[in-house]
Ligand binder design. Structure first.
Ligand code: TUI
Length: 307
């Protein structure tokens, strides 16, 4: 089935989870622009997520969803909240949503897990996922090991449900490449950081705009939670701490999720964790969500029927 029909959206474009960033302002802007906006529930408790859902309902009558970060201590409560609030679509990241699938499906929710590997994709397709976001290691934030270019076609071959490509996609060339690899849609994150509606500190936006191709590093590889961020003092310190594999996990945790807030709210250039994908090097200006989505879709050679 066409992803646009499945989700009731105009463009086959969905927004990434973006914990601590994607509130009602970004989610409603993406949905109103014709994509699928999502509230990034990672980092928030159930009351905050309920509040964000209700505010989003006031700002758009288009479909939107909730992204549940499964490493969050609030994941279980939020898994019930999305049913209570009649949420149409749930995406999940950073873990296995298997224990929630049955109740979500019974509630009629469209479930789209984010997966970083073929084995995990096959397991979740068997468990009843409606579609998959297949996220390559080019993405920002918490990532897997395999690049989008090789992961997407392998998952497309392995499952019978629609695949949405993620990681490294910031313009119409990325959309076209994803379609040629067999995807039915794309998920965007990094390029949306550079939107007027994205509620992050302007230092964060400027850091994305200034980023070159080599500007991201991956912290946390040896703790089992690799996270791609833009280079800065915090990232260098983190990598130094883990160089000899001896840093304690609590210290590292403080440096990651806590420092994401420092980046998002304070624009703390030295101490913040500026999560972003490798596509930051492609992002050159701040635009509205509507302009970003329109540009990607209207310049797509696949959608113009040229390729
Ligand atoms: O989840 C994401 N991206 C994220 S979550 C996040 S918040 C955070 N901050 C600091 C540390 C950890 C999280 C920022 N960005 N993307 C989807 C994604 N899921 N990427 C990789 C995975 C994944 C990894 C392992 C999914 C499942 C998995 O293993 C599942 C299992 O139990 O076998």
């Amino acid at each position: 089935m066409d992803l646009r029909d499945l989700l009731g959206i105009e463009y086959p474009i969905i927004q990434g989870g973006m914990a601590n960033i994607a509130d009602h302002r970004l989610a409603s802007a993406i949905s109103n622009a014709g994509g699928l906006g999502l509230i990034g529930a990672g980092g928030w408790d159930v009351d905050r997520v309920r509040d964000e859902i209700r505010k989003t309902k006031e700002l758009t009558d288009k479909p939107f969803g909730v992204n549940i970060m499964l490493m969050s201590p609030h994941a279980k409560d939020i898994s019930d909240l999305v049913i209570e609030e009649n949420i149409k679509v749930v995406t999940t990241g950073a873990g296995n949503p298997g224990i929630y699938m049955k109740k979500w499906k019974e509630a009629g929710i469209i479930v789209i897990p984010v997966v970083p590997s073929v084995a995990f994709a096959k397991r979740l397709a068997r468990n009843g996922a409606d579609a998959l976001v297949v996220e390559g290691t080019e993405a920002g934030g918490h990532i897997g090991e395999i690049s989008t270019m090789v992961l997407v076609p392998q998952v497309v071959d392995a499952v019978d449900i629609p695949v949405i490509a993620a990681g490294g996609i910031a313009d119409s060339r990325g959309l076209d490449a994803a379609f040629i690899l067999g995807a039915k849609g794309v998920q965007l994150g990094t390029v949306l950081l550079a939107s007027y509606e994205c509620p992050i500190h302007e230092n964060y936006k400027n850091k994305v705009l200034k980023a070159k191709d080599t500007e991201t590093v991956v912290t946390g590889r040896h703790t089992g939670a690799p996270v791609r961020v833009l280079k800065n003092k915090m990232a260098r310190e983190y990598l130094d701490l883990t160089k000899y594999g001896s840093a304690d996990l609590e210290q590292l945790e403080k440096l990651t999720l806590g420092s994401l807030r420092k980046a998002v709210f304070d624009g703390d250039l030295d101490g913040g964790s500026f999560m972003a994908g490798q596509s930051a090097g492609l992002v050159k200006e701040i635009r509205s969500c509507k302009d970003i989505l329109k540009d990607i879709f209207e310049n797509s050679l696949v959608y113009k029927g040229i390729i």
